[in-house]
Design a protein around this ligand. Structure first.
Ligand code: SF4
Ligand code: SF4
Length: 95
């Protein structure tokens, strides 16, 4: 059986986690992912990483590359950034 101290500890950790998420959401609400098409080689690593399906592959006159298809769904979580080995992704202010 858990002691009172353990309940307090778990509760405090939960509150910190919630506060951290709210802070990150507020901080990122005016940010969005941007793709530098000239650097993108179309490896799809970022597409697979984005759980919100913001990014999509396109094949046009610039060749196969990624596009920010649904910017409104981007939470600026940054998960995709670390997947790009070609420095083609960056976070920018929403316009
Ligand atoms: S920053 Fe997050 S939500 Fe936005 S495209 Fe990257 S992985 Fe998806
Ligand atoms: S990880 Fe980088 S190079 Fe690969 S598809 Fe995404 S933006 Fe393009």
């Amino acid at each position: 059986m858990m002691s009172v101290a353990a309940y307090v500890g778990v509760g405090a950790m939960l509150l910190l986690w919630i506060a951290g998420n709210l802070y990150r959401r507020e901080k990122n609400k005016n940010r969005v992912i941007y793709v530098a098409v000239d650097r993108c080689i179309g490896c799809r690593r970022c597409v697979k990483r984005c759980s919100r399906h913001v990014l999509e592959m396109v094949n046009d006159e610039a060749g196969a590359h990624v596009e920010v298809k649904y910017p409104g769904k981007c939470t600026a979580c940054g998960d995709c950034l670390g997947k790009c080995k070609f420095n083609a992704l960056k976070m920018v202010d929403r316009v």
